[in-house]
Design a protein around this ligand. Structure first.
Ligand code: BGC
Length: 415
């Protein structure tokens, strides 16, 4: 046994080296605060710390990230941005355009991101051909999460079409169970909307509406059908839905209070975190459609900061996130699939496998489409127009025709 004095000296040396390493710091602003999200974020924190970094955690509660986006805007305006922020899609473009983001080309070249990343993601993390963010994952939005025990009890199977969805939901409701677990927040309403838009309109129509903001498509009979189905969905949610966080809606499915939830695969992380088993306690089915895949992807961007410790933290973070192990550990916990090409899916579950297969299939058919609810496509202003109209329609007795007119008008103004 060494003398206690020596151990103290050793401790002091060790402590000294720890504080010296603490120089590499990243303040990470993110909105991963649900049980599943927090577990996934922790895996990144641990990987960062294992590489000698100090992760200064700055979470802002609120699924979908709208609350965090407001904090980020305020901090950027006050010229005290976080060194790392969880932003994505069009947000990345908007922050890059005003010069707020640190360029990442040097690390990207060293690690050959051009080869490591699928084309689908490259566009979103580059601004004018330069890397300004690192993608973490691929989330799929068009899923139904269901409690198989509830479906069995009622004697129904997962719906393949929206008419079937309504029949199944009517039976569930008649059995005294809430058909659709939902949180009435604008981003969740638009998550439903885009899933129905793809299902009823198909991928080409979805692109005309969402990407081209095509007036004919926006004012078409198909759009009326989309809003008619949204009205149906509004009758399948419980009166407690307004304001509810998405993960509390997932918990309703877990407990069998509700039968289904339409949500991206971050919901799977909640089931897994609660120790539930695929097939027994929950199932995933792609939502009714004739093909298509709504993509969402998280990424970290580095805001320009002057503090050398934070700058070092940014370098360490950017160089770590596409590591194979890091990608695997994070995505297993997050419910998504890796952003990096070629990471083995050994150990991933049925839903992740299906996501990966369907992604390839739809990529080949050119039917992978971006989410507006999750900010992959369109500016904040256009997204805002969709959020406003869809939410107003869902929560009032506005007719489908009125919603169609209002959407077509406000979208032009916002563009
Ligand atoms: C994000 C996910 C997150 C979800 C709920 C989505 O927009 O991409 O990472 O888990 O919102 O907060």
């Amino acid at each position: 046994m060494g003398s206690p004095r020596l151990s103290l000296v050793a401790l002091a040396v060790l402590f000294g080296s720890i504080t010296a390493q603490a120089a590499t710091t990243a303040e990470v602003l993110h909105f991963w605060t649900s049980g599943g999200e927090a577990r996934a974020a922790l895996s990144l924190k641990q990987a960062f710390e294992a590489r000698g970094g100090v992760w200064d955690d700055a979470p802002v509660a609120g699924g979908g990230g709208d609350a965090m986006a407001a904090v980020l805007r305020a901090r950027a305006l006050a010229q005290v941005p976080p060194s790392v922020a969880q932003i994505k899609g069009q947000n990345i473009q908007e922050w890059a355009e005003i010069g707020s983001l640190q360029g990442l080309n040097t690390i990207a070249q060293q690690q050959n991101w051009d080869e490591l990343l699928p084309d689908l993601l490259k566009e979103t993390v580059q601004y004018q051909g330069n890397y300004v963010a690192v993608p973490l994952n691929i989330h799929r939005v068009d899923w139904i999460w269901a409690n198989p025990k509830v479906l069995d009890k009622v004697g129904v199977t997962p719906p393949q079409t929206w008419d079937e969805f309504n029949e199944v939901a009517d039976k569930i409701k008649a059995a005294g169970i809430i058909p659709l677990a939902h949180g009435g927040q604008p981003w969740q309403d638009v998550t439903l909307f885009e899933v129905v838009l793809l299902g009823i309109g198909g991928a080409d129509f979805y692109k005309k509406v969402y990407l081209d903001l095509d007036q004919d498509a926006l004012r078409s009979k198909t759009m009326i059908k989309v809003f008619d189905q949204m009205r149906k969905l509004s009758t399948y949610v419980d009166p407690g839905a307004p304001g509810r966080e998405w993960n509390l809606a997932t918990a309703m499915v877990m407990r069998g209070e509700a039968a289904m939830q339409i949500m991206g695969d971050w919901a799977k992380a909640e089931f897994l975190t609660a120790g539930l088993k695929y097939g027994e306690d929950f199932i995933c089915v792609s939502s009714p459609s004739k093909g298509g895949y709504i993509i969402n992807s998280d990424s970290f961007a580095m805001f320009k900061v002057s503090d050398p410790e934070q700058k070092a933290g940014q370098q360490l973070m950017a160089s770590m996130l596409l590591d194979e192990e890091v990608q695997k550990d994070f995505n297993l916990l997050k419910g998504s699939i890796p952003a990096r090409l070629g990471v083995s899916l050994d150990g991933f579950d049925e839903c992740a496998m299906k996501s990966s297969e369907d992604l390839l299939l739809n990529e080949a058919r050119n039917t992978v489409v971006g989410s507006i609810a999750h900010e992959l496509v369109q500016s904040g202003a256009v997204r805002g127009a969709f959020l406003d109209v869809v939410t107003e329609h869902f929560n009032t007795d506005m007719s489908s025709q009125e919603a169609v007119n209002q959407l077509a008008e406000t979208v032009i103004l916002a563009d």
